[in-house]
Write a protein of this length. Structure first.
Length: 109
């Protein structure tokens, strides 16, 4: 399915979709196999899904700050894209919301 001077952008939200993205002639991409196995089933919940959980947590915090929901339990947003579209915010405005809402030193359970 490869095409010259294109990369494949695969979106999973809101539905599975693949699009060709033009790559400038000045860019070189290297695709490599590190031959390092990743035991995803063994680390399920600790590493593999951690980023998903972190992003949903951050999205819920931002939605609460923007008064789009009142708690984590009733937050309908699962991606920042959904929240951004519902708020009608530009990318720059979302960055401002992130910087004014989320702690830089992280969160604990």
């Amino acid at each position: 399915m490869a095409k010259f001077n294109t990369a494949k952008l695969i979106d999973f939200v809101p539905t599975l979709k693949a699009s060709d993205i033009q790559v400038p002639d000045s860019v070189s991409l290297v695709i490599a196999n590190s031959l390092t196995p990743s035991a995803k089933l063994l680390t399920l919940g600790t590493r593999y899904n951690k980023r998903v959980v972190e992003c949903r947590f951050a999205t819920a915090l931002l939605a609460i700050a923007a008064q789009k929901c009142t708690s984590f339990d009733n937050c309908e947003y699962t991606t920042m894209q959904q929240l951004q579209e519902d708020l009608g915010f530009s990318f720059e405005k979302m960055i401002e919301l992130v910087e004014s809402t989320l702690r830089k030193d992280g969160y604990t359970v």
